[in-house]
Design a protein around this ligand. Sequence first.
Ligand code: TRP
Length: 327
Amino acid sequence: MTKQRVLSGMRPTGKLHLGNYLGALKNWKEMQENYECFFFVADWHALTTEYASSPDIRAYIHEMLIDWLAVGIDPDKATIFVQSMVPDHAVLHVLLSMITPLPWLERCPTYKEQQQQLTEKDLTTFGFLGYPVLQAADILIYKAHKVPVGIDQVPHLELTREIGRRFNHLYGEVFPEPQAILTEVPKLPGTDGRKMSKSYDNCIYLSDSEDVIRNKVRNMMTDPQRKKRQDPGDPEVSPVFAYHKIFTGKEDVERIAHGCRTAGIGCVDCKKILIDNMILMLAPIHETRAALARDKKQIRDVVESGTESARKIASGTMAQVREAMKI
Ligand code: TRP
């Protein structure tokens, strides 16, 4: 039986945090066992919003690849590559842009929302409007069946299906309909209790050293009602407890919850346990990260061989596309 094909991409907009890991990467890691997986760094997509801030995208790509490999995305199981190294994505983007009605793009909720939210950036560009067309090209060029993404990406998947359908209708059946696989929202808040996000400055990064983790956890918000050590607290409102649920064994989690409610354990001790458990669980990731950071060639080799496989499949699809369009 041939495996179904899975594809997903991530924009290289900075180092990955625990929320990215629990939200997306953990899922990717599981999928690589049962599907033919393609995971790529969407560097062109990063440019749609970052074109003027000129971050060091190359460095971000490199860091992102280190993070992927460190958490266990396995180049022997998944094809790992960088979008801009497979220029056929851009060729398909141009061709799909010919058949995509402008109102489909203008109606896209992410288009309006991001323009309203990122007011410091000028997002009235052609490239930003075409973001979902490029994403459709990314997906359709590999004829992916399943696309693991966050809920915010669902409109882009819907557009991808519509563009694919329109292509098939106009030129003949080439593209299968891809399906979004919703990644569970990670139940891990930022250190201040809000959603973990770079823009809130409340993240714990996969690359954070033990000392940095220690400091961040020590300063983490707890139950604001629990002002004194002898006050009982409510573990469910404390982000520290949300972390315990992920990093601490079940029995200890129950003991800690009980201790919090009865003032049997103080926040300082509760955090100490968390710090130890986090450091223990993140140690293998840190070790692999450090080894990969020393060995630039390994990343280069992974990307080169992943890119080569990706290019072959992309160029196969493009031959069919050109045939269908008679160009
Ligand atoms: N737009 C996606 C995001 O911001 C990244 C992305 C680009 C992607 N191309 C893709 C995701 C293709 C899945 C498939 O998260």
